[in-house]
Ligand binder design. Structure first.
Ligand code: SAM
Length: 375
């Protein structure tokens, strides 16, 4: 059998049912290099996206609520030791205004993201924000880092439906190499379990093209998503930020290779998990102007255009080259409409775009949530 025939067979097998290929086969997909092979991979993943998530792209307005952060992740532009950042924290009125703008634009979902703060005052603040925006009837995702199970439960009770907490890498050794000693990979996994127990649609994800990361690690990341039975994936290429220790240390792959790796991860994840929500991250667009559309054509089904007031966007720079710094939310939406139309897709206005994977699991009787994982 020729190599081309073997790839056809592998893609056919993966497309038939979730988790029908193993880590070695995922690694093989992630290692493809030839243009014609990559095109076959993306076509197969896009076909599974159409079959399992339908036509159209779910949309969430993204509010970057603040860049105060207690963590010192070695790659992140808003790490606490970066004194070059102008720190800000949106107040309740500003977040509510961004949520109203999202609603006005026809987005039925919102993501509130910020640096990581663990305090009673912050917990109460987020509760108040959630209660304040509840009348807008948006599907709300939080991405506010590691918290106690009690805090997750309080925010869930106040109206949040989904939570995104990237594991960053499923390899604890690689995790330790890109985080300071006080950051615990095990705690992050435990937080994901707590989120599941608390009833959220749970999202995780990784950065790809981290220094020292191998295709094997990325294949295991995808298996990790499956083992944790997550509902949503948000992942993207690592992009150095000049004011961080990681950028000063290790060399990275060229931008086009990192973009391609990000697309391969989306495609392989779609082929492995079928019905989860997968976002085409802004980091893809930072590497190529059409990065997000290419993400959709590789199997992503969610986009998160920024609805934060433009004056704060520069202060929330996780990496160099963040796009859309000066485009307000209306311009971003018009631009996305045009870009998606160019690939025969469109934003799904007025629908929350909940994870079908979550809905399917909820519909099954007597799920066991005690371990935080559903078998
Ligand atoms: N504090 C929350 C948390 O820890 O989950 C959410 C904010 S955090 C800044 C959001 C994500 O940005 C991280 O999970 C990480 O994957 C991503 N990120 C940070 N620095 C990055 C970089 N240099 N390149 C690409 N992604 C980056």
């Amino acid at each position: 059998m020729s190599a081309g025939d073997r790839l056809h067979d592998l893609l056919h097998k993966a497309s038939g049912a979730p988790k029908s290929i193993g880590p070695d086969e995922l690694e093989r997909l992630l290692s493809l290099e030839r243009r014609e092979d990559l095109d076959l991979l993306y076509e197969a993943a896009y076909a599974v996206k159409l079959k399992c998530c339908g036509k159209g792209v779910a949309v969430r307005g993204l509010v970057e609520a603040g860049n105060l952060c207690a963590k010192d992740c070695l790659y992140c532009g808003i790490r606490k030791s970066n004194s070059a950042v102008e720190r800000y924290s949106l107040d309740e009125d500003a977040i509510a205004a961004a949520a109203e703008e999202a609603k006005r634009l026809g987005y039925a979902s919102l993501v509130i993201q910020s640096g990581e703060i663990e305090s009673e005052a912050h917990t109460v603040f987020i509760e108040n924000v959630l209660r304040r925006i509840a009348p807008l009837d948006l599907g709300v995702t939080l991405s506010l880092g590691e918290q106690s199970e009690e805090v997750y439960a309080r925010w869930r009770a106040a109206g949040a439906a989904r939570y995104l907490l990237r594991i960053e890498t499923s390899n604890p050794l690689l995790y330790a190499a890109v985080h300071p000693a006080e950051c615990s990979w095990e705690r992050r996994v435990e937080c994901l379990r707590a989120l599941r127990r608390t009833g959220y649609q749970v999202g995780t994800g990784v950065m790809c093209a981290l220094p020292g990361q191998m295709a094997r690690d990325l294949a295991r990341d995808i298996v990790f998503y499956g083992e944790m039975d997550v509902d949503m994936i948000g992942m993207g290429p690592y992009i150095p930020h000049p004011d961080t220790p990681l950028a000063a240390g290790a060399p990275v792959m060229p931008a086009e290779s990192r973009l391609e790796l990000g697309l391969k991860m989306i495609a392989a994840t779609r082929l492995y998990l079928h019905d989860v929500n997968i976002a085409a991250a802004t980091a893809l667009q930072a590497l190529a102007h059409d990065g997000r559309e290419r993400g959709v054509k590789a199997g992503a089904n969610v986009l998160m255009p920024n609805v934060t007031e433009t004056r704060w966007r520069r202060a929330y720079r996780l990496y160099a080259g963040k796009p859309c710094l000066d485009e307000n939310a209306s311009l971003c939406r018009n631009c996305l409409d045009r870009r998606l139309a160019s690939i025969g897709e469109s934003l799904l206005y007025g629908t929350r775009g909940d994870s079908r994977h979550y809905a399917a699991r909820e519909a099954r009787p007597a799920a066991d949530y005690s371990s935080g994982q559903v078998q």
